[in-house]
Design a protein around this ligand. Structure first.
Ligand code: TEU
Ligand code: CA
Length: 560
C-alpha cells in the first residue's frame, strides 16, 4: 500500500457554534477555536474537521449555505479563518472543511434567481419539476419530515426538490455548468491551503430522472428519500468519480465522506486506492436504526451492537483501505449514553468505550466533548430543543400515540442536540463556553464535568484519551496501529470487545470489558500491558485479570 500523509492521523470534529464563544454573543466562533488550538495540540490531534462556517441563514445550523466563499459573520471574518488556518498549520494541525453540495440554502443567490425566473438558466441548477395529476411529482419523504417537494411560489403546478428542509433546495448534479461552479468553489478552498473536506450527505446527489417514487413505507403514503438514494448508488459513483478528478486529485486532498447504506460490492469506490474519497465514516452501528420509521420505534443500543457493526466493517475493508471509526458526531446522542447501560455511564464506561474505539483500523474521528466522556444533556421541555429534526421526531412520537412526557423522554434519548450543547471548559458561568446566554442549554453536570477539572486529574477521561492517542501514534506501535491487519477476537461474550492488530513484526490485543464483574483470562503468557484504564488490571503468570468496566491494550507477541 502506498503510504500517504493522512495515514495514522487522529482527527477531531469541531461544531463551531458550540465550541468556544469569544465575544459573549452566546455562539461559538472562529476566534474561540483559535484560542483552543493549544488544547487540541496537547490532546494529540492532527486533523480538525470544521463543521460549516459559511454564510447561512442557519435553518439547519449552517448546513444550508447561502454563500460558499464567505464566512458567516457570527463566526467571524475570512481574516479570522485565515488566521485559524495558519496557526493550526504552524502547530502541525491540518484543517478540513465541511463540503455541503447536495443542496444549498434557499437564500443562495442562484436559488433566488431561479425563483424569479423558474424557467430560466438558474432554475436548471436545481430540480424544478411539474406536478403529476395535480399532485407533487413523487411520494418521497424528506429527511426532516413531509414531502421532498415544495411549490415554487407564484406557479400553479411547479415544484422544487429538497431532500432535507424546504430551505435546502437540492442542486442538480446532472447540469454540467452547475458541476463546474461547484468544482471551482472546491478548488478555490483547496488553493487557500485547507487539507481537504468532510463531504456531506453525498450519496443523495443521484436522483431518479423520472421521479417515479417508491412504495409507501408508513401510513403517510410516503417513502423515505434515503431508500431512493440507496437504489441509485451507481449513478452517484459516476458523479463522484468526476468530482474527485476535477478537484481532490489535483491537491492530494484528504476527504472523508458521509455516505450511508453502501453495499459491500461497491465498497472499493469509497475505501482504498481506487476510491472516490480517502475514507468514509463508519456508520454501520447507526445504520441499524435506519429501518425504523422514527425515534419512537428505536430500541436501546448496546455494546454488542457497536462491536458487531464495527467488526463487520473492519473485516470488509481490512485489506482494501481505511474507514473513519466514530463513536458520535453532531447528529447523534452522546455515545456513553447511547451504547452503555445507565449504571455504566461513568468515567470507567467512557474509558472502556474509548479504548475499544481508538485502536480500530482507520482514521479515528473524536467529536468535541467525547474526550471528556460527556453524557446526554437533560432537556426539561421540548422548547429547550433547537434541532429541526428533533422537533419533527417529537411530533412523530405524539402522532404515534405517545404522551408528551413519553415523547420528551424519547427525544432525551435520541436528539441530535445532545451533540450540540456547548463544550464544557471549566466550572465558571456557562461552563466557560460563553459569558453571554448560550444558544443551547449547557450540560447539567458542567461543574464536575469539564476540561479544567479533568486536566488536573491524572485519572480523568481526558487524560486517558491523551494516553490512547499517544500510544496509537508512538513510534514503536504506530506502524501496527496504522497498517496492521484487523483480526476480530472472541465474540462469545456480548459484553466484551476484543480484537487484534497485527503486522509481520507485532501483534497487539485490545480488550474492553463492559461486564459487571471482574474477569480473568488465561494463556496470556508473554503479554505485556501497554495501557490500562484501571490499575487493578494486571498480568500474573499466564493469567490476566480485568476489572469490571475497564480495558487493556496488550502487546502479545513479536512475530519475528
Ligand atoms: O447529515 C445527513 C444525514 O443523512 C443525517 O442528517 C441524518 O439523516 C439525520 O441526522 C437524521 O438523524 C448531514 C449533516 O451531518 C446534518 O447535520 C445535516 O442536517 C444534513 O446533512 C443536511 O445537510
Ligand atoms: Ca461568538
Amino acid at each position: 500500500m502506498q503510504k500517504l500523509w493522512w495515514h495514522g492521523k487522529v482527527a477531531y470534529q469541531i461544531y463551531p457554534k458550540s465550541f468556544k464563544d469569544s465575544n459573549g454573543d452566546g455562539i461559538g466562533d472562529i476566534p474561540g477555536i483559535i484560542s483552543k488550538l493549544d488544547y487540541l495540540k496537547e490532546l494529540g490531534i492532527d486533523i480538525i474537521w470544521l463543521c460549516p462556517v459559511y454564510d447561512s441563514p442557519f435553518v439547519d445550523n449552517g448546513y444550508d449555505i447561502s454563500d460558499y466563499k464567505n464566512i458567516a459573520s457570527v463566526f467571524g471574518t475570512m481574516q479570522d479563518f485565515d488566521e485559524l488556518l495558519s496557526k493550526a498549520n504552524s502547530l502541525g494541525i491540518k484543517i478540513i472543511m465541511d463540503l455541503v453540495v447536495n443542496h444549498c440554502s434557499s437564500e443562495h443567490r442562484l436559488f433566488r434567481q431561479a425563483l424569479k425566473d423558474p424557467y430560466g438558466p438558474e432554475a436548471k441548477y436545481f430540480y424544478f419539476v411539474k406536478g403529476k395529476n395535480g399532485q407533487v411529482p413523487d411520494n418521497l419523504r424528506s429527511y426532516f419530515g413531509g414531502s421532498v417537494w415544495e411549490k415554487v411560489p407564484g406557479q400553479d403546478d411547479l415544484y422544487y426538490l429538497h431532500y432535507f428542509a424546504k430551505q435546502q433546495p437540492d442542486l442538480n448534479w446532472n447540469n454540467r455548468e452547475l458541476r463546474q461552479k461547484v468544482y471551482d468553489m472546491i478548488n478555490w478552498w483547496l488553493d487557500k491551503g485547507i487539507a481537504g473536506f468532510r463531504v456531506d450527505a453525498i450519496m443523495n446527489v443521484a436522483k431518479d430522472p423520472n421521479f417515479n417514487g417508491l412504495p409507501p413505507d408508513d401510513k403517510d403514503g410516503m417513502c423515505a428519500a434515503n431508500k431512493m438514494t440507496a437504489k441509485l448508488a451507481d449513478q452517484a459513483i459516476a458523479i463522484l468519480k468526476e468530482l474527485k478528478k476535477e478537484t481532490f486529485d489535483r491537491h492530494q486532498a484528504f476527504t472523508v465522506a458521509e455516505a450511508f447504506g453502501l453495499n459491500p460490492e461497491i465498497m472499493e469506490n469509497f475505501v482504498g486506492e481506487k476510491a472516490c474519497f480517502s475514507t468514509i465514516f463508519d456508520f454501520t452501528a447507526r445504520e441499524n436504526f435506519e429501518k425504523f420509521p422514527g425515534y419512537y420505534a428505536y430500541p436501546k443500543a448496546d455494546i454488542k451492537l457497536y462491536r458487531d457493526s464495527n467488526f463487520k466493517m473492519q473485516e470488509l475493508v481490512n485489506k482494501v483501505g481505511f474507514v473513519a471509526p466514530i463513536l458520535e458526531n453532531h447528529d447523534e446522542p452522546r455515545s456513553v449514553s447511547f451504547y452503555l447501560d445507565q449504571k455504566q455511564q461513568t468515567p470507567d464506561g467512557a474509558k472502556a468505550l474509548a479504548t475499544a474505539f481508538m485502536f480500530l483500523k482507520g482514521i479515528p474521528f473524536i467529536y468535541q466533548g467525547q474526550e471528556l466522556g460527556m453524557t446526554n444533556t437533560h432537556f426539561n421541555d421540548i422548547s429547550e430543543i433547537d434541532d429541526l429534526n428533533s422537533k419533527d421526531e417529537y411530533k412523530k412520537c405524539l402522532n404515534h400515540g405517545m404522551t408528551e412526557e413519553e415523547a420528551l423522554d424519547c427525544i432525551n434519548r435520541q436528539s441530535r442536540d445532545h451533540g450540540r450543547t456547548p463544550m464544557l471548559w471549566d466550572s465558571s458561568l456557562n461552563a466557560g463556553f460563553s459569558t453571554g446566554k448560550p444558544w443551547l442549554k449547557v450540560h447539567q453536570d458542567y461543574l464536575t464535568l469539564n476540561v479544567e477539572k479533568q486536566l488536573k486529574d491524572p485519572d480523568s477521561t481526558l487524560n486517558y484519551y491523551k494516553k490512547l492517542i499517544a500510544l496509537r501514534k508512538s513510534p514503536e506501535f504506530a506502524e501496527c496501529f496504522t497498517y496492521g491487519d484487523f483480526i476480530k477476537g472472541d465474540t462469545s461474550d456480548p459484553d466484551v470487545i476484543c480484537y487484534l492488530r497485527k503486522t509481520e513484526q507485532l501483534t497487539i490485543k485490545v480488550i474492553a470489558s463492559f461486564k459487571d464483574e471482574n474477569i480473568a483470562l488465561h494463556n496470556e503468557n508473554n503479554a505485556q500491558i501497554l495501557l490500562s484504564s484501571n490499575e487493578y488490571n494486571l498480568i500474573d503468570g499466564n493469567s490476566l485479570r480485568i476489572k469490571a468496566l475497564s480495558a487493556v491494550v496488550l502487546k502479545i507477541a513479536e512475530n519475528n
